[in-house]
Design a protein around this ligand. Structure first.
Ligand SMILES: *[C@@H]1O[C@H](CO)[C@@H](O)[C@H](O)[C@H]1NC(C)=O
Length: 355
């Protein structure tokens, strides 16, 4: 009896002791460290990795406001009400008055408050000062932002994955997966949906400039870069590396960048940075009409390996009223006549073989 009472006392004391000790530890400054340790343990214990740190961004111009709200509604309906990525909606300085209170309210409702508006400063948007203005068509092209600046904009600074969408788009499939997660799972850094040939007439000296860059910057072009995407076969690649390739050696292939998911490291790389600076100085963006899709495609082909770029499947994505891929799936609803086609152009040089 006495024995068990003693044991009882010991138990009571232990419980009180542990409780008091726990209380002091709770108050002590090391508490943060403890709870942090606990937190990181929980994270490792979870089977599912944290959601990628991504954002969807769009450029909205005054004439495209209605279109932009329709696109947002479509994107929310098809996947983002589930995925809940935030949005950044850009307008160039000088056009910011399009962001009326009415628009804000509509966008807030559609996106459940996940959208913010941002202004593109003049220096990220306009023709650079150092170019010869007399050689530039006065219907100024504002292309610098999507080519050389978007990832540096403060509104996107805290995101790793940058998902560009245009306003004149439609997803014809319900999308049950997370496209950014898909890239993470596949160790890819860039995701696209369509590849098509571009024209040379608007950019007659682009190919030769890219070739010149490759030859002058051998050190920056990885040995296993996917040059075969841009250049015709081994002979084309050889010419590109020697700095003598022209439009005739170019496959013309472009990943449409009206839909583009990229990891910021792609653009921040020394290779792409130097590449953009080189082309920007040459001025063909403005003297001719070099496009941002071909330049991104060239830049990706010369800085990434084939398996770092991924074709996102089964989205039923359509830009403007142009042809698009319509998968044979219950979750897709498309008009097949005229518009449906595949985008298997130049398939052998596509980045991921699975697509
Ligand atoms: C590069 O582009 C500029 C502008 O179009 C052009 O003047 C120049 O000749 C091109 N350079 C090469 C090597 O093609």
């Amino acid at each position: 009896m006495a024995n068990s009472t003693a044991r009882y006392r010991v138990t009571i004391f232990s419980v009180i002791f542990i409780f008091v000790l726990g209380f002091f530890m709770y108050l002590s400054p090391s508490r943060k460290t403890l709870s942090h340790a606990a937190e990181s343990q929980t994270v490792t214990a979870q089977p599912k990795p944290r959601k990628p740190n991504g954002v969807i961004f769009m450029l909205i111009s005054p004439s495209r406001i209605t279109q932009a709200t329709m696109a947002l509604l479509n994107v929310e309906d098809r996947f983002n009400r589930r995925l809940k990525y935030p949005y950044v909606l850009f307008s160039p300085s000088g056009e910011a008055d399009v962001i009326t209170e009415e628009l804000r309210a509509k966008v807030r409702w559609i996106t459940e408050g996940r959208a913010t508006f941002a202004i593109i400063p003049k220096e990220m948007w306009d023709v650079p000062e150092f170019l010869d203005k007399s050689r530039i068509d006065q219907s100024l092209r504002k292309i610098g932002f999507t080519l050389g600046f978007f990832w540096r904009h403060p509104a996107l600074a805290r995101y790793d994955w940058l998902w560009r969408l245009d306003t004149d788009i439609e997803f014809h499939c319900d999308v049950p997966y997370d496209p950014i997660e898909k890239l993470v799972e596949n160790n890819a850094l860039y995701g696209f949906v369509q590849i098509s040939p571009d024209g040379t007439w608007v950019q007659p000296t682009l190919a030769s400039n890219v070739s010149r860059f490759i030859a002058d910057n051998e050190r920056l072009v990885p040995a296993d870069a996917n040059l075969g995407f841009s250049w015709k076969g081994a002979a084309g690649i050889e010419k590109a590396r020697s700095g003598i390739a022209t439009s005739d050696d170019w496959t013309l292939m472009c990943m449409y960048n009206n839909f583009e998911i990229s990891h910021r490291s792609v653009w921040e790389s020394e290779t792409y940075t130097k590449f953009f600076e080189y082309l920007d100085k040459e001025g063909g963006l403005y003297y001719e009409r070099w496009g941002d899709a071909p330049i991104h495609s060239y830049g990706l082909a010369l800085s990434l390996r084939k398996n770092q770029v991924y074709k996102l499947p089964n989205l039923g994505y359509q830009h403007q009223k142009w042809p698009y891929e319509c998968p044979e799936l219950d979750r897709c609803a498309c008009v097949k006549e005229d518009v449906s086609r595949d985008f298997n152009d130049h398939k052998d040089s596509w980045f991921n073989p699975e697509a």
